[in-house]
Design a protein around this ligand. Structure first.
Ligand code: DC
Length: 229
């Protein structure tokens, strides 16, 4: 059985992170949530006054990229990896609405993408990694042995995001979340650099029609086939 690279891409709140995390755990691979890295950069920009009234000071952010250290702490008692921004656990903050509503325009900045893609490629050097995001199969690891593209309707994704936010103590209306998801889909699919696209060689997983167990069986089966090839 060879060590492979697994790239899981899809729209926001499509359930891809849950799947990717669980797959990594089941097969003993490292899991990396690349969206968390874009979110951590967004939080840094917000906290350092680089975003005022929704406008981003791109020059200031680009010149600060070298000061932004992003790491992942191994899964703790809650079974989840936590994102560390310059050593601080920001797992909760990066999921709130202030970050969610600014992360897509931050992810459109070419220098931010270049910087994070390089970090992601370094993390995957030794293979044995499951990374999820938008451009993992197309740009970060175009040679990944296993590529999956997760599809789910905006309504189902909004429902899921609302449940997740409620769990974090945030009460945001379904309509606001749906509007945010649609807006992000638009930005993610139409941006100039690395827009969200299904890689031609990606396997499509329809998340609306399969139960969690069915999805995991599907993923593990694909993983076993590919890693034995
Ligand atoms: O998966 P997520 O919702 O946590 O991602 C947050 C944002 O980051 C999303 O709006 C798109 C962006 N993103 C990206 O552009 N490329 C990635 N590889 C991962 C996320």
């Amino acid at each position: 059985m060879k060590k492979i690279t697994v790239a899981i891409d899809g729209y926001s709140s499509s359930g891809k992170s849950t799947m990717a995390r669980e797959l990594a755990k089941r097969v003993g691979y490292v899991y990396v949530d690349s969206g968390a890295m874009y979110r951590a950069v967004t939080l840094y920009a917000l906290e350092h006054g680089m975003i005022q009234d929704g406008k981003i000071d791109v020059a200031k952010l680009v010149s600060s990229l070298g000061d932004i250290r992003i790491k992942f702490a191994p899964a703790g008692a809650d079974g989840r990896q936590h994102t560390l921004l310059n050593g601080r656990d920001v797992e909760k903050e990066i999921r709130d609405m202030a970050v969610s509503s600014m992360v897509s325009p931050i992810a459109e900045i070419g220098e931010v993408r270049e910087h994070l893609v390089k970090l992601q490629q370094d993390m995957g050097k030794g293979k044995g990694i499951v990374m999820d995001g938008r451009d993992i199969g197309s740009t970060v690891f175009p040679d990944a042995e296993m590529k999956v593209f997760v599809e789910a309707s905006p309504e189902e994704r909004a429902r899921r995001r609302q449940l997740e936010m409620k769990g974090n103590g945030e009460d945001v209306s379904y309509e606001d979340i749906l509007a945010n998801i649609r807006e992000r889909d638009h930005i993610d699919t139409t941006r100039k650099i690395s827009p969200l696209r299904r890689a031609a060689d990606a396997h499509v997983l329809d998340n609306d029609r399969m139960s969690h167990e069915e999805q995991m069986d599907w993923l593990l089966n694909l993983f076993n086939v590919i890693s034995h090839e």
